[in-house]
Design a protein around this ligand. Structure first.
Ligand code: DX5
Ligand code: ZN
Length: 227
């Protein structure tokens, strides 16, 4: 199980220290939420901050663009160290525009992801099974950390898992929003490959929280949680 802690939930007065804890944990990716104040009602980080994190860590830099103009930001984030760049299907909408964007991201030699919001039909991803490296299922409305997980996300994951397995697509499924032990376990059992988690990972002991998520669907962990 790949865990991608979300920088959005870090304590910004202790970023370096917390990054060292993430590096020492079992996390393999680092999730970087980019918000422009237009596509979502919040502002977050630009490429310069990613460059700083990239210097502090060898983790896979998993960049999630919640912006109206993704094209403008692809190269700056690649130059800053992005390994995966995910854009929102709702921003592009049209098949040709999505395909152009995926090709543009791939042209820099980085992996390309496509995200959908809770209100978007998962079937909108079906045309891109062979063209994406990652599908990001938003389990909350994008914009803020700490929101409750929407259980309707589970049926989307199951459908997507079935399509990926049936077509031989190599795409990974990632989930983002409201992920903690129980919701993480439900997502893993539904077929998720990557768990993005912000507030759950950064609330206390980072290493322990990541470890719990890595093993959330293991038999013993599940039994412990049930007892
Ligand atoms: C929300 C972001 C998430 C956020 C998740 O718009 O895309 O990555 O950091 O935060 P939690 O895990 O606290 O729901
Ligand atoms: Zn995100």
């Amino acid at each position: 199980m790949i865990i991608s802690p979300s920088v959005l939930a870090m304590d910004y007065s202790r970023m370096k220290e917390q990054m060292e804890e993430v590096n020492a944990s079992q996390a393999e990716w680092l999730h970087f939420d980019v918000m422009d104040g237009h596509y979502v009602p919040n502002l977050s980080f630009g490429p310069d901050l990613l460059r700083g994190f990239d210097k502090l860590s060898d983790l896979v830099m998993d960049v999630h663009l919640m912006v109206e103009q993704p094209h403008m930001f692809i190269k700056p984030f690649v130059d800053a160290g992005a390994d995966i760049i995910t854009v929102h299907e709702e921003v592009l909408h049209d098949y040709e525009r999505v395909m152009e964007m995926l090709e543009y991201i791939h042209s820099f030699g980085v992996k390309a992801g496509l995200a959908i919001n809770p209100m978007t039909d998962v079937r909108r991803l079906q045309a891109y099974l062979k063209h994406c490296d990652l599908f990001l299922i938003m389990c909350v409305e994008p914009g803020y950390g700490g929101q409750p997980f929407r259980p309707a996300s589970l049926s989307k994951i199951k459908k997507l898992r079935g399509w990926i397995d049936n077509t031989g697509s190599k795409a990974l499924i990632s989930v983002d929003g409201g992920i903690k032990f129980e919701t993480g376990r439900d997502c893993v059992l539904a077929g998720t490959d990557v768990l993005v988690a912000g507030s759950y990972v950064f609330k206390d002991d980072i290493g322990k929280a990541v470890d719990t998520l890595v093993h959330c669907a293991d038999r013993t962990q599940a039994d412990k949680a049930d007892s």
